[in-house]
Ligand binder design. Structure first.
Ligand code: SAM
Length: 226
């Protein structure tokens, strides 16, 4: 029996128009969609009139559902993996599934699209010829150590940060990298999209409580830039 395919499908990071024709077609055609949160993905499916079967697949349920998903594909079923927003497996669940699919010689196919890190890089004006993506910094243990390590990083650094810790992060950058140019990309593709650049102390003044809402990508210029 021919094995099925695992499609890793990118979805929008805010603006629903940022989905590809191919993503919509694949989501319509597959036997099953694995998603982080069925409520979130249902909104997308409704908007694009997709009626494929949907089940949750996230940090809490992944271990239980891995074997089931692999069995389905070994038996010829096509599965799409999506996350709440952007590209699955990038600071999102799914790496174990993709890994196991390869181990079982199942074809894994990318349906590319939105990603917050690359979108931020493309609009921040900092060097992009070489960069390092660190995702979310540890929340507590190891956070200071990681930031101190990044002080000596010669490439552009891309971080994800939650609205609850953006103020803290800017304070930390002010302490350890006070002269570096930072670009904060907020609410990319959404109504209040903006990119603010400057040294950390300037950004601390700008990102007052009103401006701490939404989603953030923080891009840090390389060590010896300019
Ligand atoms: N897989 C996603 C991707 O491809 O970008 C990232 C998922 S991660 C759980 C969510 C984080 O991505 C947010 O906390 C924020 O740092 C960043 N992010 C997602 N959407 C964003 C947006 N529209 N504007 C700015 N940052 C965003």
């Amino acid at each position: 029996m021919k094995k099925g395919t695992l499609f890793v499908v990118a979805t929008p990071i805010g603006n629903m128009e940022d989905i590809t024709f191919r993503a919509i077609r694949i989501l319509k055609e597959v036997d099953l969609i694995l998603c982080e949160d069925t409520r979130e993905t249902s909104k997308l499916l409704k908007k694009f009139e997709i009626s494929s079967h949907l089940i949750s697949f996230n940090a809490a349920t992944e271990t239980k559902k891995l074997a089931y998903a692999i069995d389905e594909m070994v038996n010829g079923k096509n599965i799409a993996l999506v996350s709440d927003a952007g590209t699955p497996t990038i600071s999102d669940p799914g790496v174990r599934l993709v890994n196991l699919a390869h181990d079982n010689e199942i074809l894994v196919s990318a349906i590319p699209g939105a990603n917050a890190a690359v979108s931020a890089l493309s609009i921040c004006g900092l060097p992009t010829d070489s960069f390092v993506f660190e995702g979310f910094l540890p929340q507590k243990k190891g956070r200071q150590k990681k930031i101190k390590e990044l002080v000596n990083e010669p490439r552009t650094i891309v971080l994800y940060e939650s609205p609850f810790r953006i103020e803290k992060l800017l304070a930390e950058l002010n302490e350890y990298m006070p002269k570096r140019i930072i670009a904060v990309a907020r609410e990319i593709t959404k109504i209040f999209e903006e990119v603010k650049r400057g040294i950390p102390s300037k950004l601390q003044q700008y990102f007052t409580s009103e401006k701490q809402k939404g989603e953030f990508v923080v891009v840090i210029s390389p060590k010896d830039w300019l």
